[in-house]
Design a protein around this ligand. Structure first.
Ligand code: NAP
Length: 278
C-alpha cells in the first residue's frame, strides 16, 4: 500500500489542538490518503523542526502560536495574503521543491461569517477589536468585502494605527485607541483580542450596538466568552464564536494541499457537539 502523505501542525503548547481531528475528518470525507499529527516544537526550534519535516518527505504544515512569524520567515515564497498578514499558518511544498507560505485565518473568518452564518460585510460599519496577528490576518479579506467603514481599535493604540496605515491602499480604514469608538455604532463587531482566553473583554460603550448588530468572537469554547455575553446582554442581533473560523481556515489549508474542498458544516457540528458534551 502507498505511504500516506504526511502533514502536521506545529505549535507550543499543542496538546489541545483540534487540527488533527478536523483534518482527519476532512481526509475521511474526501477519501484522501494522508496522516496529520500535532507536534510540540521547542520555542527556539521552529526552523530546524520544519526543515527536518520537509526533508523527510512531509507535504504540508499548519503553524499555530507562537510560530506564525517564524513560518513567515521560513517560507521561500509567500502568497499576497501571507505577505500582508506578516504571518503564515500554512506551509506546503511546491512542485519545484520550494516551500510556500499562506495565511488562511482571515479567509476562514470571512467565510464563516458570510457562508455559514449568513452575515454580511459589504456596505456595513465594521469594528475590529485588537491589532495582533489575528486582526492583521483578517483585514485584507474584510476590506475586500467592501465594508462602508472599518475601524480597528487596540489597547496599544499604535499597533492599530500601524495597521490602518499598512492596509489603507486596499480601502480606507481608521485605527487607534478604544476612545475612537466614542458614541459611534457598528453593524459588525469582531473581537480579535485574546482577552476572552483569560475571561476578560475590552471595555466597550453600551451605545455601540444597534438592533441589527452582529458580534463575532474569534475565541471559542464550551461556554460563551465575556464578549459574547456582553453582546447578548446588549441585544445584539446575532452572536457567534470562532469555532467556524477554526474549521474554515483548516478547510482552506486542506484545499491548498489537496485541491479538494471539504464540506465544513458536518465538521463544525461535530466539534460543537464535542464542546457541548465536555
Ligand atoms: P496576539 O497577536 O497575541 O494579539 C492579542 C491581541 O489581544 C492584541 O491586540 C492585544 O492588545 C489584545 N489583548 C490581549 N488581552 C487584552 C485585554 N485584556 N484587553 C484588551 N485587549 C487585549 O494574538 P492573535 O494571534 O491576534 O489572536 C487573538 C485571538 O484570536 C486569540 O485568542 C486566538 O486564540 C484567536 N484566534 C482564533 C482563531 C480561530 O480560528 N478561531 C484563529 C486565530 C486566532 P495589545 O496589542 O495591547 O497587547
Amino acid at each position: 500500500m502507498a505511504e500516506k502523505d504526511k502533514y502536521a501542525v506545529f505549535g507550543n503548547p499543542i496538546k489541545h489542538s483540534k487540527s488533527p481531528l478536523i483534518h482527519g475528518l476532512f481526509a475521511e470525507q474526501c477519501a484522501q490518503q494522508m496522516q496529520y499529527r500535532a507536534v510540540r516544537v521547542e520555542l527556539d526550534g521552529f526552523a530546524l523542526a520544519a526543515q527536518r519535516f520537509f526533508d523527510s518527505g512531509g507535504a504540508g504544515l499548519n503553524i499555530t502560536v507562537p510560530f506564525k512569524q517564524d513560518a513567515f520567515r521560513f517560507a521561500h515564497r509567500l502568497s499576497d495574503r501571507a505577505m500582508r498578514a506578516g504571518a503564515v499558518n500554512t506551509l506546503s511544498r511546491a512542485e519545484d521543491g520550494a516551500i510556500e507560505g499562506d495565511n488562511t485565518d482571515g479567509i476562514g473568518l470571512v467565510r464563516d461569517m458570510i457562508a455559514n452564518l449568513g452575515w454580511a460585510v459589504q456596505g456595513l460599519r465594521v469594528l475590529v477589536l485588537g491589532a495582533g496577528g489575528a486582526a492583521r490576518g483578517a483585514l485584507e479579506p474584510l476590506l475586500r468585502e467592501r465594508p462602508r467603514e472599518l475601524l480597528v481599535v487596540n489597547r496599544t493604540p499604535a499597533r492599530a494605527s500601524q495597521l490602518a496605515t499598512e492596509f489603507s491602499d486596499i480601502a480606507p480604514l481608521e485605527g487607534g485607541a478604544y476612545d475612537l469608538i466614542g458614541e459611534r455604532q457598528f453593524d459588525l463587531i469582531i473581537n480579535a483580542t485574546s482577552a476572552g482566553l483569560s475571561g476578560e473583554m475590552p471595555e466597550l460603550p453600551s451605545s455601540l450596538l444597534t438592533e441589527r448588530s452582529c458580534c463575532y468572537d474569534m475565541v471559542y469554547g464550551a461556554e460563551p466568552t465575556p464578549f459574547m455575553r456582553w453582546s447578548a446582554h446588549h441585544a445584539a442581533w446575532a452572536v457567534a464564536d470562532g469555532l467556524g473560523m477554526l474549521v474554515e481556515q483548516a478547510a482552506q489549508s486542506f484545499y491548498i494541499w489537496r485541491q479538494v474542498r471539504p464540506e465544513t458544516r458536518p465538521v463544525i457540528n461535530q466539534l460543537r457537539g464535542a464542546l457541548d458534551a465536555a
